[in-house]
Design a protein around this ligand. Structure first.
Ligand code: NAP
Length: 488
């Protein structure tokens, strides 16, 4: 490990952050955070249990009233200052992210900027929480609506975007006046711990945001969702865990936001600009090594251009530089762990057994780290597992279609509904297709939809709720209606 890597690691506190203080786990337990590129332990950090989670909720509950009553401008300024500090520390945070998660350093820099943007956006939204006043139809009474913070919120985030998945939830929650217990993913807690330090530096009062890293997400979650003081659960992760959390939160009827899995179709019509489509495919497939909920999972390509598209995509993917993401110029880092590699390998083998043709890649790399070669498969059978399951790896699976209706049918033939990508130079065709797609988001002639200023979220088994945009803050606001007898 280089001196700079050690310096960045030593800057991060390794404890739990509860009530504005850094504390050990009540049992004294710790666990190791691994670098997926080297399999070496980067840091030993506190491992919270249910008692620590309840202590964090105690702190979030105690801090709630004062934070909710803090003037919106004052809340906004803390969030804005945190945005600035994140950007001042962009290089250190990017290195930390690459070390714990594996993505190339250039992508980590982009994620840090994207993560910070949620704070800038929601600092601006904090001062625009509105209500309405209008005359009821009978003319006698008046209707007043006001929006108030939901209350203490429990947030669970995944490992694939270690900073942005946190700020995307914390930004709007703080802007709305809510307090937070954050449980980051076990494999990538360091960015969240750094974020807690930054929020403190930015002037956030103790107890408003609490961070509990753990290897026991189930027991911690059970303790929190059973506690009547908790008002909301915001989850980003797999559909499987999301469904379980929806069921668990029924007893206390928690407000829920569920950002779940995806199986994005990437549709290329014969009238598409192929250069643009390949460029878009590189982003939609290879960003984050394919470990993104928005990752293109099924390439649906018009039979007329499928060979040309596959050849060009394979040439680009096959030429990518693979390695530890801390080195400048690396384009493909490791997958998160050995299970992820085994899953991707299983999906590729299944597709090959069912007649797919391998154009490039196809296997994991030998040696340390969890590396998988960028892979392109054509002639993929529509019934192959890879067409139905989230790949979460650098594998492009290409299926052909002959008509617009067939493309739409194939795109919608999944339980998921997060995002779709459409490449066509015909605006009328694009809009016709987009209207029929069962997804919460669409990228039209571009392979990236993530944007702090836009409402991110899915339909069907990809969940509900929106993060970012004007809609994001509404997830943390409760609506109160007042019936006014204005003749009294
Ligand atoms: P995951 O296994 O569902 O884990 C996500 C989070 O849930 C982690 O913090 C995890 O903790 C926690 N968790 C696991 N079991 C739990 C339980 N029994 N009770 C409470 N929490 C529990 O998903 P993942 O593999 O880390 O992340 C990848 C998934 O996230 C993919 O499906 C991807 O599509 C989805 N995702 C969706 C979006 C979106 O915005 N729609 C964005 C990014 C990712 P541990 O780390 O301790 O397991």
């Amino acid at each position: 490990m280089s001196e700079r890597e050690q310096a960045v690691l030593s800057w991060v506190n390794k404890q739990l952050f509860i009530g504005g203080k850094w504390v050990d786990s009540s049992t004294g337990a710790t666990y190791g955070v691994e670098d997926p590129a080297t399999n070496l332990i980067l840091a030993q950090i506190a491992d919270a249990g249910p008692e620590d989670a309840v202590a964090a909720l105690d702190a979030a509950s105690a801090a709630f009233e004062a934070w909710a009553e803090t003037p919106p401008r004052a809340r906004a300024e803390v969030i804005r200052r945190a945005f600035e500090i994140i950007m001042e520390r962009q290089e250190d945070l990017a290195l930390l992210m690459t070390m714990e998660m594996g993505k190339p350093i250039s992508e980590s820099r982009s994620e840090v900027a994207y993560a910070a943007e949620f704070f800038r956006w929601f600092a601006e939204e904090a001062v625009r929480i509105d209500g309405r006043y209008y005359v009821a139809p009978d003319g006698n009474s008046r209707v007043l609506t006001m929006k108030q913070p939901v209350g203490p919120t429990y947030m669970i985030t995944p490992w694939n975007f270690p900073l942005a998945m946190g700020t995307r939830k914390i930004g709007p929650a703080l802007a709305a006046g809510c307090t937070v217990v954050l449980k980051p993913a076990e494999q990538t807690p360091l960015c969240s711990l750094a974020l807690a330090q930054i929020l403190t530096e930015a002037g956030l009062p103790g107890g408003v945001v609490n961070v509990v890293n753990t290897t026991s997400p189930g027991p911690i979650t059970d303790a929190l969702v059973a506690d009547g003081r908790l008002r909301k659960l915001s989850f980003t992760g797999s559909t499987e865990v999301g469904k379980m959390l929806v069921a668990k939160s029924a007893d206390n009827l928690l407000r829920l936001s569920m950002e779940l899995g995806g199986n994005a179709p990437f549709i290329v019509f014969d009238d598409a600009d192929l250069d643009l489509a390949v460029e878009g495919a590189m982003v939609a497939k290879m960003r984050n090594m394919g470990e993104a909920c928005t990752s293109a999972n099924r390439f649906l390509v018009s039979a007329k251009v499928a060979d040309a598209f596959a050849d060009r995509l394979a040439a680009r993917m096959g030429a990518m530089r693979i390695g530890r993401g801390t080195e400048e110029g690396i384009q493909v880092g490791p997958l998160i762990d050995a299970d992820a590699v085994a899953k991707v390998q299983g999906l590729v083998k299944d597709a090959l057994t069912r007649g797919a043709k391998l154009v490039t890649g196809g296997d994991k790399l030998d040696g340390a780290g969890h590396f998988f070669a960028p892979t392109v498969l054509t002639n993929v059978n529509r019934d192959a597992r890879i067409s139905a399951e989230e790949i979460f790896g650098p594998v492009a699976s290409i299926v052909t279609f002959d008509s617009e209706d067939e493309a739409i049918h194939l795109a919608n033939s999944t339980e998921y509904g997060l995002v779709a990508y459409v490449f066509s130079q015909s605006l009328s065709r694009s809009l016709r297709v987009i209207e029929k797609l069962e997804t919460g988001m669409v990228g039209l002639n571009q392979g990236l939809v993530s944007n702090a200023a836009a409402p991110f979220g899915g339909v069907k088994h990809s969940g509900f709720g929106r993060e970012g945009g004007f809609e994001g803050i509404e997830e943390y606001l409760a609506l109160k209606y007042v019936a006014i007898n204005h003749r009294a």
